[in-house]
Design a binder for this molecule. Sequence first.
Ligand code: CA
Length: 229
Amino acid sequence: MSGHTDRVTAHRVLVVEDDHGVRDVIARGLREEGFAVTTAADGGSALRTVEGGAVDAVVLDVGLPDSDGRDVCQAMRARGVEVPVLFLTAYDGVTNRLSGFSAGGDDYLVKPFHIAELVARLRVALRRTAGDASLRAADLRLDPATHDLALAGRSVALSPTEFRIMGCLMAAGGTVVARRTLLRAGWPEGAIVTPNTLDQYVAKLRRKLRELDGDRSIGTVRGVGYRFG
Ligand code: CA
């Protein structure tokens, strides 16, 4: 009974999950609740889909075959994709939940979960960000599968920690990011990180940015943190 108006206003959800059984159950459940669903089985195709811009929310499995779902989220945020992201995780560890949030996710669900719970969380996330589904053009690209940072055809390889710090800085859109936020993004909860460690990583990132010959770099905001712009 859904008319033309219903289709136009339906929220478009991208479901990223490599387990096709789980993916089908989620897609069917969301369609029954009136969502327009597209699916992806890995991080690379998920990124290509959100780059198309036709997505209002993403349900993102953390354990993907080509990349970590948290890195996919970082890469999306770094490209200016601000739609709500709901992580699906097989683990019930506190560390995993926290690092999911540092990666720019809005919420998480631990498998197994009821589809009604997923629908409820999605509706909350979509209400919270209503009218805020923008896609900004970004010249720098982070690849969550290879951890490469690319600009205009050139690319440099980042370590996973460098990738997470860079993603956090790029997602901030030119605003200052506190040291504590960068530490949480780059290292697991409870890791021993000396005050100098973050500075050393930022120095490495600055060198790699210079290799790319871009005109943007990471600035130090004394006593607060860093800013990419
Ligand atoms: Ca998986």
